[in-house]
Write a protein that binds this ligand. Structure first.
Ligand SMILES: [Cu+2]
Length: 569
């Protein structure tokens, strides 16, 4: 599509969460898409010709777009990402015909603006406080309001310099769709230090509570709860209580946090694991000694959407069960670079699993729940049909149809690759089809592919063989660098990381570990093997030769939450 012309694609590699695009919008004979380089582009739907292209920011400042835009009534709405790069989140409205920016609403208040008193006075921390918009907004034409959710506060994991609730991080926000004027907000997590973004798209639904018809809005959070509000005013529909939470004065933790009435869809307390001294529940604070917290950063519901069925009145909530070892360190703000001041790694070998839960919209209680051997909260989500089915793609490659009322599994089909996309349904000449893109997902660790499957009652294509089994325990993530024998430590202003974190080499290869960070680090064999670079000061290098085939994990001895992997063939 002519994307990313004008700069080398590898310049963008270090940005955001990888090469991700969550879809397109359509309107007025055009397709609208947001690009990783922070341009919103309109294409002629028939020819693919570019009609206009508007940068809503400069990607060199740490910004990007990964969400699908929303088109309504002559306006294209786009979020922006970069919450780990010291950016200022915003929603941008563009004229669909010309691409001119109509308005923008900053998710972080400037001096004197509403919410500015939730940041320390006389500082500019709010100007790089994140609160980015990872997913597509929803719009209620009758109320004239547009709704969206915001991501974590920046810097991640360190709240010491940003005392206050830090609006509008981790919030559901409503604006007047035409003008961008503030209508209401609800903050899910005050003074976020856990990367508890609100990132699953909001769901608008109509319901009846105590005999009264109500206009609802709901969002599934990384905390494991579903937040259910009245979308006319942002007030809880069922009940959300502010409760006192454990404190860490150095983190300037919020005194209370919102606890929705009802059930969480994933466990909210970490189990003790390994040598970690402390395991806590949701909102457990931490400082410079790692503390296990559950849900971890990718726990609960991440980017996956949750559908609502008006027939059952249930939300279908995808969840991830995963523990994070949270630790804070000193992060240094550098313009346009990663600005993360801590770590959240899941300990090597700690369990990972998922849930798929029907939550009753009128009580916020579990109606039924499936336990899954793989994570679902950062996956594709699902779709509810008027025929009483819920269809969900799973990272193990299966497209699964379940009974929306009771969760009984009715049908499964192996698509051959990670089915980490929501299914869709459509009708042609009176015949109903179901389709799913099955392409895998790096964060899920599912098998990559490039298949689009369509199903009807007349379908005759056979399923594929299942892809390799997914990891059930945590370990180094990210792409596997083939044949790369150089590992940089502290690369790209990410002091506590190995890059690449995973590499695959032939037996007999010598790997060069170089510390390009600012403080001493090691690469030290973990579990298998007996090798160690020893402490490498800034700029120092050590060569390690791997003669035996095997799977070699390694950690940094002074910073055990740092880990990497060398696979030797
Ligand atoms: Cu280290």
């Amino acid at each position: 599509m002519g994307a990313l012309v004008g700069h080398r694609s590898e310049d963008l590699d270090g940005l955001l969460c990888g090469w991700v695009n969550r879809g397109l919008a359509m309107g007025e004979g055009m397709l609208f898409l947001g690009q990783l380089d922070a341009n919103v582009v309109a294409l002629d739907i028939k020819t693919g010709t570019e009609v206009w292209k508007t940068p809503i920011e400069d990607w060199r400042n740490g910004y990007g777009i990964t969400s699908a835009p929303l088109y309504f009534d002559g306006i294209v709405y786009s979020g922006i990402t970069g919450g780990e790069f010291g950016v200022r989140g915003r929603l941008t409205a563009l004229d669909a015909k010309t691409g001119k920016i109509v308005w923008r609403w900053y998710t972080l208040p400037g001096p004197g603006e509403f919410g500015a008193d939730t940041w320390p006075a006389g500082t500019d921390h709010s100007m790089r406080g994140g609160a980015t918009i990872w997913n597509t907004p929803a719009l209620d034409p009758e109320l004239g309001l547009i709704y969206f959710v915001t991501g974590n506060c920046g810097p991640d994991f360190d709240g010491s310099m940003r005392e206050g609730d830090n609006l509008f991080c981790a919030s559901i926000v409503a604006l007047k769709a035409k003008t961008g004027e503030y209508a209401w907000h609800f903050q899910e997590v005050h003074h976020d230090i856990w990367d508890y973004d609100a990132v699953s798209p909001v769901v608008l639904f109509d319901t009846v509570i105590n005999g009264q018809p109500r206009k609802g809005i709901a969002e599934a959070g990384k905390t494991g709860w579903v937040y259910i509000l009245d979308r006319t005013n942002g007030k809880p529909l069922i009940g959300i209580e502010e409760k006192a939470v454990p404190q860490e004065p150095r983190q300037k933790t919020a005194k209370t946090q919102p606890y929705p009435v009802g059930d969480a869809v994933v466990p909210q307390c970490a189990q003790p694991f390994g040598d970690y001294e402390k395991a806590g529940c949701v909102f457990e604070p931490f400082w410079e000694e790692p503390v296990l917290v559950e849900p971890g950063v990718s726990g609960g519901t991440g980017w996956s959407p949750m559908p609502y069925s008006p027939d059952t009145g249930y939300f279908y909530v995808p969840g991830t069960i995963r523990t994070g070892a949270f630790v804070r360190y000193s992060g240094i703000y550098k313009h346009g670079q990663r600005y993360v001041a801590g770590s959240f790694a899941s300990p090597i070998g700690s369990p990972m699993a998922g849930t798929f839960t029907a939550i009753a919209s009128t009580t916020n209680r579990v109606a039924w729940q499936h336990q899954t051997p793989y994570r679902l909260g950062g996956s594709g989500g699902s779709m509810a049909t008027a025929g009483g089915l819920v269809l969900r793609g799973e990272p193990d490659g299966n497209l699964v149809a379940v009974n929306a009322k009771d969760g009984a599994v009715l049908w499964k089909f192996q698509t051959g690759f990670g089915a980490d996309a929501p299914a869709i349904t459509y009708e042609i000449d009176g015949e109903q089809y179901i389709a799913i893109a099955s392409g895998g997902n790096a964060l899920q660790g599912s098998a990559y592919g490039d298949a689009v499957w369509a199903f009807s009652l007349k379908g005759q294509v056979n399923p594929l063989w299942p892809p390799p089994t997914l990891a059930r325990v945590a370990g180094p993530g990210g792409p596997l660098a083939e044949g790369v024998a150089k590992v940089n430590i502290g690369f790209n202003n990410s002091e506590y990381t190995y890059f690449p974190a995973r590499t695959k080499i032939k037996a007999g290869t010598t790997v060069t570990f170089t510390n390009v960070g600012d403080i001493p680090h090691t690469a030290t064999a973990y579990q298998q093997g007996n090798w160690d670079t020893g402490a490498l000061a800034k700029g120092e290098t050590k060569e390690i030769t791997f003669s035996e085939p095997g799977n070699y994990y390694y950690i940094c001895t002074p910073h055990p939450w740092m880990y990497g992997q060398v696979i030797v063939e």
